[in-house]
Design a protein around this ligand. Structure first.
Ligand code: ATR
Length: 264
């Protein structure tokens, strides 16, 4: 019986087991996928268990996507580009760290038939998922990527790595086409982002990485102003789908049943 885990802290909210166990079942694979609450000093031990074959693969979530890197043998190109690992597996005795958030973001946007090419995109936030979004947007030929965050220092740190991103400033009057909420503001139902959405003009695309709750105040307000809005559920499903294909060499169908699993 192959064993898979998603590790994080907190981990209770994770819906990865729902998706993976559903795909494991429909593909008749002998495997289990569970969530595990960890502390930072457990990371080394988890990697040892992957090396010994006791655990087949691990998904990594907040706050360990960067912290797990020192314990791994090799990183894929995607993990290197973002300094962020969400999928771990063993390949020829080496423990490999991979990032499927980049592909998850891209496929999630493409699912909604939105073309990022030549668009000016504003990202709100500078946390762990933002490097993956920046890399994906660049891959999709966004014209300009702008960043806005409560703590300025984190934006400046990101600009040191991704030098072609811009720091957002209303004064510069750049027409923004897409606004992404990549902050944790909205995870609680009453959270409100401190930004005047009215100033963005008309017919923009507002995208929230958060999918639970399904409609944050950010999306509610944007919808009220007549904009196109989507939440992060497809990004979440696609990053899981990519991890599944790395481990099991199979791409299960993403159907209504799959989507319903994370809409509970
Ligand atoms: P992670 O790495 O897990 O994404 P994080 O680093 O805590 O988590 O990132 C959360 C993001 O939400 C950050 O951009 C954070 O802004 P700061 O860098 O200023 O902390 C943002 N965020 C969280 N609470 C916020 C709030 N009340 N107002 C504005 N931004 C907030």
């Amino acid at each position: 019986m192959q064993k898979f885990l998603v590790i994080g802290n907190p981990i209770d909210h994770s819906l990865s087991p729902e998706l993976h166990n559903y795909w494991i079942k429909i593909n008749k694979i002998e495997a289990s996928y569970e969530k595990k609450l960890l502390n930072e000093n457990d990371l080394e031990n988890i990697v040892l268990k992957i090396r010994s074959g006791e655990i087949e693969g691990v998904n990594v979530t907040v706050p360990f996507k960067k912290k797990i890197i020192p314990y791994l043998d090799e990183l894929t190109q995607e993990a290197k580009e973002t300094n962020s690992v969400n999928t771990v597996y063993l390949d020829s005795d080496k423990v490999i760290g991979h990032n499927t958030d980049i592909a998850g973001f891209e496929l999630g946007i493409r699912y909604f038939k939105y073309d990022v090419k030549n668009k000016n995109v504003l990202i709100l936030g500078a946390g762990g998922v933002v490097p993956s979004i920046i890399v994906a947007l660049k891959k999709m030929y966004a014209k300009k990527i702008l960043l806005h965050n409560r703590t300025q220092e984190k934006v400046r740190d990101l600009k040191k790595i991704y030098s072609d991103i811009d720091i957002f400033d209303w004064e510069r009057k750049i027409e923004i086409d897409m606004i992404i909420n990549a902050t944790s503001v909205g995870l609680n139902k009453n959270d409100k982002i401190n930004l005047e959405l009215e100033k963005f003009g008309k017919d923009k695309f507002f995208y929230d990485i958060i999918y639970n709750p399904p409609e944050t105040n950010f999306l509610k307000d944007a919808k009220r102003l007549g904009h196109k809005t989507e939440n992060g559920k497809m990004m979440f499903i696609y990053q899981a789908h990519q991890s599944f294909s790395v481990w099991h060499k199979k791409f299960p169908k993403i159907d209504d049943e799959t989507i319903k699993l994370i809409e509970k």
